[in-house]
Write a protein that binds this ligand. Structure first.
Ligand SMILES: *[C@@H]1O[C@H](CO)[C@@H](O)[C@H](O)[C@H]1NC(C)=O
Ligand SMILES: *[C@@H]1O[C@H](CO)[C@@H](O)[C@H](O)[C@H]1NC(C)=O
Ligand SMILES: *[C@@H]1O[C@H](CO)[C@@H](O)[C@H](O)[C@H]1NC(C)=O
Ligand SMILES: *[C@@H]1O[C@H](CO)[C@@H](O)[C@H](O)[C@H]1NC(C)=O
Ligand SMILES: *[C@@H]1O[C@H](CO)[C@@H](O)[C@H](O)[C@H]1NC(C)=O
Ligand SMILES: *[C@@H]1O[C@H](CO)[C@@H](O)[C@H](O)[C@H]1NC(C)=O
Length: 820
């Protein structure tokens, strides 16, 4: 029985319609097309392909998004830069077997680019989120004529390859959306770059326009040399493949039920790893780069090392000096460093190398690699060529293998505290001689020190002998136990259980001294556990004593320390849990911000002021916070503010109250200029941070990363301008306009904020004056111009980027040594 072909076609069409109504298909073939409104859904319902309009735009795009999560997250867009302005779009396979997107049934807006023609082409949406074009006649269903994974948008999904296919010349790069409304390629892009002809070593660059913005550093067999925190983890496996056929980075999920992506974000100039948290129905940032200013490309210029915990952060490599001492001293590091003694090619065989450990490997743009040479051969090769400046193993696994060498200036270095890789940098004979002399000097000094120390030990022995009697008596009276009773000691197992082994689901955030986890104790109490990741240079006992002192600081506007668990490896502080998280999650969030009406904000400002006054003056210790910011102000169930992280700077950086420190602890955007630039801190640098906090709370805007939307003004700058114009009230968060508020109070807060951020510490009021000013209606003194520590100050030499600093620490304290 023959069925007429027309009938078949009608039947097929009917079937298609039938299916789109009741269960979506996962493919398009030549019989079918897809119009605006219909969608394809992958077999296991993971992904959906269809037409959508991003943000407030009315334009129509074809994209792929997660089917199984409620927040539409578009991971790929077909016609990124060629939107359709009505609903006439039609996705179909044309007669030569390419997928085409048609506008008003005729003009091609977008198409795939398969050079091979399939006999029976089919386009299918896979459960990986990959849209593939293949030939149904081809027995191998994994041979694709085209696939969306080869043309990524802003999102790198599990299974994608970021990099090159050397056989076909395909280069896969990701690029951010221009804006929330516009998926067209922004200028924030990432991809693998190298020169295969000259055997330069591949590196992953993130670019802003044409200029380099960040570099991951070359792959060293274990991780990218600039990302030592990249470690095997429970969520995904990662790998970098580098052979004659392909060079790419990829990652794959270990557990398919985890949803994680790597996204380029133009707005904040960040590449972020996001994880979907089903319980909270939201994406959380698991990691983001750049993580600090040392991650930014070439912060310190050539031949210099970036050390995030030092101040200033840039230092010339040994054997090098600033090219321009004047610029260097004014913290303009762009010119970098030059050799003390230049290399002389005709004396190259007298040169040698100095080993540097824990450096991020230099930019590989002028490099050369041979994966089969060993380190000795590598050294010989470098030495014989006087333009070669450094060498190392290209793979550090095992005993190390391969040879990677550099020519010319060494760019974009940074120091990691426990980096595993050595870099051997060429030095002229004269420099090596200096090193030897230094060594001799040090040996002599050591002998002298040993002499002195043994003398002291000898003396100490006598003193101890005399003291021990008295102490034994005292101990027997007081008992050791009572001392520990003051601060409950938790045991590690109970905290591990409470936080479900510090699982990332329980992670609340990352503070200046380490990550914070939420936990439930067996007795039902909710706690927040701070896992200190920074070393204090103190022993267990000293640290315990220090923590006891912190625990004695008790005030209704300070977060209460419940106890601790301090052993050799683990240093955990246990705090009361604050159900409403931190102030920043309210004031900087449009939705949450509306919940925080003016009277509440005013109470919060007053509470913070009282807490800080207590730390500065009323407590026994006189504590300078040094990292006061919105994310360090927690809110309890009644929205009472409580300052957290106090006392830690003192513990970790000494107990000076007014001192110069080489270790700046703090957060860009909140740091007083004298502290940021000169390391000078005092109660007045805290007052500065408080001023910023007040302006942020009033305006609902972050001081950091603010100026670009506002014609070059920082938040402080804008507040100052409006103050001078007599229109301060405009600073008020516009979400508060309608609700009732107290105009006088608002103006007073802004005025006090400006007094606190004055340039000179001497002019700033102390906290007792601030508390009085907040509580009275007396006339306030006129503020002098504010002190600026603008984001731009720290990112000189970068003219193209529109958001230099906000990208770097993303509100993380810069005291952080290791990111997640
Ligand atoms: C849509 O775009 C087409 C072609 O670009 C243009 O001719 C047409 O006027 C546009 N229609 C609307 C409603 O904007
Ligand atoms: C099908 O689309 C491809 C890609 O746009 C194009 O090169 C080819 O000419 C089209 N075929 C026909 C018959 O239009
Ligand atoms: C994968 O993750 C889910 C949810 O996190 C969990 O329930 C499941 O046990 C995990 N599966 C494996 C094999 O680890
Ligand atoms: C970029 O980051 C900002 C701030 O975190 C966020 O509001 C925005 O949604 C992000 N943009 C995209 C396209 O993900
Ligand atoms: C380099 O070394 C050679 C031989 O020792 C010497 O003659 C020459 O002056 C040196 N050149 C410079 C620029 O120092
Ligand atoms: C790499 O080194 C090996 C061993 O020294 C050598 O045989 C090979 O020719 C080198 N390859 C290149 C491209 O120089």
């Amino acid at each position: 029985m023959a069925i007429p072909p027309l009938m078949l076609k009608i039947a097929a069409t009917f079937l298609f319609l039938f299916q789109t109504v009741f269960s979506a298909l996962d493919f398009i073939d030549q019989e079918q097309s897809m119009s605006d409104g219909a969608t394809l859904v992958s077999k296991e319902q993971s992904f959906e392909l269809g037409f959508f309009s991003p943000g407030n735009s009315k334009n129509r795009y074809v994209g792929i998004w997660y089917k199984n999560i409620p927040v539409q997250t578009v991971v790929w867009v077909a016609n990124r830069c060629s939107p359709i302005n009505d609903s006439s779009g039609l996705l179909t396979i044309n007669s030569t077997g390419n997928l085409v997107l048609l506008y008003q049934k005729k003009s091609v807006v977008w198409s795939t680019s398969s050079s091979k023609q399939a006999k029976k082409p089919i386009v299918q949406l896979l459960d990986s989120g990959n849209l593939v074009l293949r030939d149904q006649e081809d027995g191998n269903s994994e041979t694709y004529l085209w696939q969306s994974f080869d043309y990524p948008s802003d999102t790198m999904m599990p299974g994608m390859k970021l990099g090159w296919d050397l056989r076909t010349g395909l280069k896969r790069r990701v690029s951010a959306w221009r804006s929330w409304d516009d998926p067209c390629n922004g200028d924030f892009t990432a991809g693998v770059e190298f020169d295969p002809v000259h055997h330069t070593f591949p590196d992953v660059y993130i670019r802003k326009g044409t200029s380099k913005f960040l570099r991951t550093g070359p792959w060293n067999g274990l991780h990218f040399s600039g990302i030592p925190e990249q470690k095997p983890n429970p969520l995904y496996r990662y790998d970098f493949v580098y052979n004659d056929d392909e060079v790419y980075y990829t990652y794959n999920l270990k557990n398919k039920s985890v949803i994680t992506i790597l996204v380029m974000n133009q707005t904040v100039s960040n590449r972020e790893r996001l994880i979907w948290i089903e319980e909270e129905r939201t994406w959380k940032i698991y990691g983001s780069s750049p993580k600090d200013i040392c991650d930014r490309y070439g912060t310190c210029g050539a031949n210099a090392n970036c050390m995030i915990n030092d101040n200033p952060i840039c230092k010339c490599l040994r054997g090098f000096k600033p090219k321009s001492q004047e610029q260097w001293s004014s913290m303009d590091w762009s010119e970098g460093c030059v050799r003390n003694d230049p290399l002389n090619c005709s004396e190259k065989h007298r040169d040698g190398f100095i080993k540097f450990s824990g450096l991020k490997l230099p930019d590989t743009i002028r490099s050369w690699v041979n994966k089969s040479m060993n380190l000795k051969e590598c050294r010989a090769k470098c030495l014989s060529d006087c333009s070669c400046t450094a060498y190392t193993n290209s793979d550090i696994r095992g005993k190390g293998s391969g040879c990677l060498i550099w020519y010319g200036d060494l760019m974009d270095l940074r120091q990691f505290p426990n980096g595993q890789q050595d870099l051997f940098i060429r030095m002229p004979h004269s420099e090596l001689e200096k090193g030897k002399a230094d060594k001799k000097m040090r040996a002599l000094l050591l002998v002298a020190v040993v002499g002195v120390v043994s003398g002291m030990l000898y003396l100490g022995y006598f003193i101890r002998r005399r003291g021990s009697k008295d102490r034994n008596q005292a101990l027997s009276q007081n008992g050791d136990k009572e001392e520990d009773m003051e601060l409950p000691l938790f045991n590690l197992s109970s905290i591990t259980a409470a936080t479900e082994n510090f699982s990332w689901q329980n992670k609340l955030g990352e503070g200046g001294f380490g990550p914070v986890y939420r936990g439930n104790l067996e007795d039902g109490r909710e706690i927040a556990v701070k896992r200190l990741s920074i070393s204090s240079g103190q022993g267990v006992k000293e640290l315990k004593n220090e923590v006891k002192l912190i625990a004695k600081l008790q005030h209704r506007n300070l977060v209460k320390l419940l106890g601790c668990c301090i052993q050799e490896e683990d240093k955990l502080l246990v705090y009361e849990y604050m159900s409403n998280k931190s102030l920043d999650s309210f004031i900087f969030d449009q939705k949450q911000g509306k919940l925080l009406e003016w009277s509440k904000r005013f109470q919060i400002i007053c509470g913070i002021a009282r807490g800080l006054l207590y730390l500065h003056q009323d407590s026994r210790l006189r504590v300078i916070h040094r990292d006061l910011k919105a994310s360090n102000v927690l809110l309890d169930h009644e929205m009472n503010p409580k300052i957290s992280d106090f006392g830690l700077a003192r513990t970790f950086c000494g107990d000076q109250t007014e001192e110069k420190t080489s270790r700046v602890i703090g957060t860009y955007g909140y740091m007083a200029p004298e502290y940021a630039f000169d390391g000078l801190f005092s109660i007045k640098s805290d007052v500065f941070s408080f001023g910023i906090l007040v302006l942020e709370t009033v305006s609902g805007k972050k001081n950091r990363g603010f100026h670009h939307d506002n014609h070059g003004f920082t938040l402080i700058g804008l507040a100052w301008k409006l103050h001078k114009e007599g229109s301060s009230f405009e600073l008020l968060d516009k979400h508060l306009r309608e609700s009732d508020h107290n105009r006088e109070q608002v103006l007073r807060c802004i005025h006090i904020g400006l007094l606190c951020v004055q340039q000179s510490p001497v002019d700033r009021p102390d906290m007792s004056a601030v508390v009085v000013m907040l509580g009275s209606e007396s006339e306030l003194p006129q503020p002098k111009p504010p002190g600026y520590f603008m984001e731009m100050d720290s990112a000189k030499g970068d003219t193209s980027s529109s958001k230099p600093e906000s990208s770097s620490t993303n509100d993380m304290s810069i005291s952080l040594i290791e990111a997640r």
